[in-house]
Structure formats: structure tokens, C-alpha cells
Design a protein around this ligand. Structure first.
Ligand SMILES: *[C@@H]1O[C@H](CO)[C@@H](O)[C@H](O)[C@H]1NC(C)=O
Length: 516
């Protein structure tokens, strides 16, 4: 009863919040420039671009130059790029073209599946010689001395870094805004956030300005920007990618985060993930051939976690469309999607928050570039006087970490294990769970400060260390991307990808501008 009354109140509160923020942001909306016909090659997948370069149908130099031109066209509206190596990237591309023109054996290409294809990376992954600030004033001129492991692996696979993009401080907020570079805008509506923390990557990818977007995800940082910008995203099972050189980590401690990608092209996600999983790719099922008829579908309509906003009508409708479509495609009622619920889903935020206590990285220390510890009681008065080096979002996280009671670890550990075991038993090696992405499509800038827990549909999947695909499902009536998550048991990435491919018929990825 209480819960129902609260949810109704919350529903109206959300409406009021949106009206107020619309007043500020609707007038600022700018349209992303349509794709210049000379840049049409950028609509192709990274896999297809690499094949054309190998087959001498396309010069890497031309592709890199086109990519740079498109970035320069859209970046003034997006504010996504924070540092670049355009000249060096063109040199790298010319070197690739020379090698290919000279003629090399097929073997040469085997370890270089993305030879000559440009990529961008969130700036929390070190790219040698480029800014690596993590959005911190304490590091505002600090450059990466060397490549992060994920960047090194992509380079080794032949891809060419072009630019690094904006993130929230230490990647820990749902919007990509900081006190060094400001805020990144959503290409579908520049008065709204592209999400965080890989918001710069998703904004460029959705605006058709980068063929490969290197991200990471500890609480939705890949899937949230993918959802808000209408892209595919895939996080592989935790523990299969290296964080050496990412968010200043040494990569030794275990983490619930995964190096991951967003893309307009679903088919790029498996081969790109294989590159960054390196030796561990074999343990995953990225290439598994799956017949959609053999997948058992489950779905969760809505969490009962009262911290989150209720799911909006259009997203509930999107989920029910998927379920209906699957039911009518099922060979028997036995194969129709079944509802799934577990009491652990009533505490998604708390379980993620507990998961974060096991991470090696200490937010309050990284904020100071590891020279001290940022304190909520110092930063709040400073913020009020306009003297703090941190965003309000970072200070709210300090408040949560330093003032709020700890989540009972015994309770959280047990509930996490119960939920995980129940999901593994339910899904096995042939089941997927269709799961909401968020309560609403891309929110107005700053409005998530009033809804700080709304990322928990993503966060709970990290706490469970499960692989997930974020799948776009076309646009809402207001022209904002819709989508859902597809969750599977550990190392069942192949099921997530097969389900995502089938779901393409329900709208898929829609660009924010004309492509021809
Ligand atoms: C931040 O720390 C790094 C070491 O991780 C150091 O190289 C860099 O100079 C520091 N930046 C500033 C501005 O102190």
C-alpha cells in the first residue's frame, strides 16, 4: 500500500521535474549536421571498413581524414572530444597504406582484424601522449605516459587512436560533465545528457563520427550512454578484460567492471570485445552460433526498488511489444517468454553499492590525484562559495561514501549470491533475461541529480558479474532512443548477441541526423 502510494507520488514528482527542466533546456536544442555525402563511408561497420582496407578498396588515410572531418563538424554541438592526435593518426594511417600497397601475406592480417580503422577512447583509458585527466582539476594538464592495456590491444589489432573523449570525474556519474571540460551533449537532443561515464564516446558514435568507441562499465558506464544515444553496447562477463592503465588502476585487483564498446553496428561488438579480452576471449562465447528458436526468454517488467523512478509508459510498452513479438514467434506456448522476479531486485542500488566497496579504487583519493582524501564536510561549504574543484555529483558521491551508513555486508553478500544463483539456475546455457534499461529515455542535463539511483537497472548486472547487451529499440514519440537490456548467465555473451540481433526488427539503432 505504502509502496503503491509512494510510486504514484514519484510518478507525478517526475512529471514536475521534467516540466521544470524542459523550460530551461528545450530552447537550447541544436540539430546535429546531416552526414556530408563525402563522408558516407562512416556509416559502415568497423568490420566492413577493415575488410575494405585489407582488400585495397579503401585507403586508411582517407578513412582517418574523413573521421577527423566529421568529428570537427559535430564536436562543436557535442563537446565530446577533449584531446586529439589527428596528425599522428594520419601518419599511422599512411604507414598502414604503405604496408598494404607493398603486399603482405594473409597471415599478416590474422592478428590485425582492425588494421587501419580509426578509434576513439574515453579519456580515462590512457592513450600515450594524450590528456588523461579523469575530469579532475588536479590532473587537468596530465597526459598519459603510456597506453592503457585495452588501448595497447586495440592498437596491436591494427586500429588507430584519433581522439579521447569526455567523462565525469573518475567515471562516477550518470552524466559526462566535469570542471575541466564542461558537459557533453546528446546528439539526439543537445539539451539532454548522453549519459556517463562513456558519454563522449556514445555521443561521437551516435553522430557517426567514430567507427570504434572504446568504453568501460562498472555501473552502466557503457550501457547507459548506449541507451541514451540509441546504440548497441555489450559488457562481457566481469574478470575477462584488463584495467591496467584505465582510471589509474594497475589492473591487478579483481573488479566488477568490464572494458567494453558501444556501436551503431551490433556485428562489431563480438570481434572488438575479443580484442580487449585477449587470451581470455576463448573463455567467452562471443562467436557462438545461436538459433533464436533455441533461446528461452524471461522478462522482468519493473523492479520494486523504491529508490528508482517508475518506468515510463513508452519503455513499458517497448518491453511488452518485445514480449508479444516473441510469444507470437514461439513454436508453442511452452516456449513463450516467462516473467522473472527475485526479491534481490527490490534492492538493486544497495547491492551495487555493496559491490563497489570491494573495488580497489578509492574515489575520495583519486579525486585528489592520489595526493590526499577529498572530504564531504570540506567540499560542501566550498561548493556553496563556488570554490570547490568538484562537481555537485562528485560531492554527492562523497556524501554517500562518507556519511551514509554502510550497506550491511553480510545481508548484501547473501542476497547477491541468492539472486545470482537463481538467475544462473533459471537461464542456464540457453536462457536470457529481458531487463529494463532505465526508468526513462535520455534525461535533461542535471535532472539526474534529483534521480541519483535511476542507473541501478544497469548497476545490478555489474554486481552480479553477468554479461549484458544493451539493445536499441527505435525512438520514442519525442524522438528519443528506447531500448532494453539482454542479460545472460556468466560467459553466455553469444546468447545476448543472438537475442539482440533478433530484436533489431523492433526499431534498432536510429541516427540523430540524415545519413544520405
Ligand atoms: C597526478 O599524478 C600523476 C601520477 O599518477 C603524476 O604524474 C602527475 O604529475 C600528477 N598531476 C599533477 C597535476 O600533479
Amino acid at each position: 500500500m505504502f509502496r503503491q502510494a509512494f510510486l504514484i507520488f514519484r510518478y507525478y514528482l517526475d512529471l514536475v521535474i521534467d516540466c521544470i527542466f524542459a523550460f530551461f533546456w528545450e530552447g537550447t536544442k541544436q540539430k546535429i549536421p546531416d552526414l556530408d555525402p563525402r563522408h558516407k563511408i562512416l556509416t559502415e561497420s568497423a568490420v566492413s571498413l577493415a575488410a575494405k582496407i585489407r582488400n585495397k578498396q579503401l585507403k586508411s588515410e582517407d578513412l582517418v581524414r574523413t573521421c577527423i572531418e566529421r568529428i570537427k563538424t559535430v564536436n562543436p554541438m557535442l563537446n565530446a572530444v577533449v584531446d586529439e592526435r589527428y596528425e599522428n593518426a594520419l601518419n599511422d594511417a599512411r604507414a598502414v597504406d604503405e604496408i598494404i600497397a607493398r603486399g603482405v601475406s594473409e597471415d599478416y592480417f590474422k592478428d590485425k582484424p582492425f588494421l587501419g580503422v580509426p578509434f576513439t577512447s574515453k579519456e580515462s583509458h590512457g592513450v600515450a601522449g594524450l590528456l588523461n585527466t579523469l575530469g579532475l582539476r588536479a590532473r587537468q594538464h596530465t597526459k598519459a605516459p603510456e597506453d592503457a592495456e585495452c588501448v595497447r590491444l586495440l592498437r596491436a589489432a591494427g586500429a588507430i587512436p584519433v581522439a579521447v573523449t569526455n567523462v565525469p570525474e573518475v567515471n562516477k556519474w550518470q552524466e559526462s560533465r566535469n570542471m575541466v571540460f564542461g558537459q557533453t551533449n546528446n546528439p539526439h537532443h543537445t539539451g539532454r545528457t548522453p549519459g556517463g561515464s562513456s558519454g563522449g564516446e556514445a555521443a561521437l558514435m551516435a553522430a557517426v563520427a567514430t567507427p570504434i568507441a572504446l568504453c568501460s562499465d562498472i555501473g552502466g558506464s557503457t550501457r547507459m550512454p548506449a541507451f541514451f544515444c540509441g546504440l548497441y553496447g555489450l559488457i562481457p562477463t566481469a574478470g575477462h578484460t584488463s584495467f591496467k592503465g584505465s582510471t589509474l588502476r594497475d589492473g591487478k585487483a579483481p573488479t566488477m567492471a568490464s572494458i567494453s564498446f558501444v556501436s551503431r553496428h551490433l556485428e562489431d561488438l563480438a570481434p572488438l570485445t575479443a580484442v580487449v579480452a585477449a587470451d581470455k576471449a576463448k573463455q567467452l562465447t562471443l562467436d557462438k552460433k545461436v538459433n533464436i528458436q533455441d533461446i528461452k526468454f524471461f522478462y522482468t517488467e519493473q523492479s520494486q526498488d523504491i529508490r528508482l523512478s517508475p518506468i515510463c509508459g513508452e519503455l513499458r510498452e517497448a518491453m511488452s511489444k518485445v514480449v508479444k513479438k516473441l510469444s507470437s514467434a514461439a513454436s508453442s506456448t511452452d516456449r513463450a517468454p516467462k516473467p522473472y522476479y527475485h526479491s534481490g531486485l527490490d534492492y538493486m542500488f544497495s547491492l551495487w553499492r555493496h559491490g563497489m566497496t570491494k573495488e580497489a579504487e578509492v574515489f575520495s583519493r583519486v579525486l585528489t590525484n592520489n595526493t590526499g582524501t577529498a572530504k564531504a564536510w570540506v567540499e560542501i561549504p566550498k561548493k556553496l562559495l563556488g570554490l570547490s574543484e568538484y562537481t555537485l555529483a562528485a560531492i554527492l558521491k562523497l556524501v554517500d561514501d562518507q556519511w551514509m551508513p554502510r550497506t550491511n555486508p553480510k545481508w548484501a553478500e547473501k542476497l547477491t549470491d541468492d539472486l545470482k544463483q537463481d538467475l544462473i539456475n533459471t537461464l542456464g546455457d540457453s536462457g536470457v533475461l529481458l531487463f529494463p534499461s532505465a526508468p526513462a529515455p535520455a534525461p535533461y542535463h542535471y535532472s539526474l541529480l534529483l534521480r541519483p539511483y535511476n542507473f541501478a537497472y544497469w548497476g545490478i548486472c555489474n554486481a552480479l558479474h553477468l554479461p549484458v547487451a544493451q539493445v536499441p529499440l527505435g525512438l520514442s514519440s519525442a524522438g528519443l532512443p528506447l531500448g532494453i537490456q539482454v542479460v545472460a548467465a556468466p560467459r553466455q555473451e553469444g546468447l545476448c548477441l543472438a537475442a539482440a540481433a533478433w530484436l533489431r526488427q523492433l526499431g534498432g539503432c536510429v541516427p540523430p541526423c540524415r545519413l544520405e
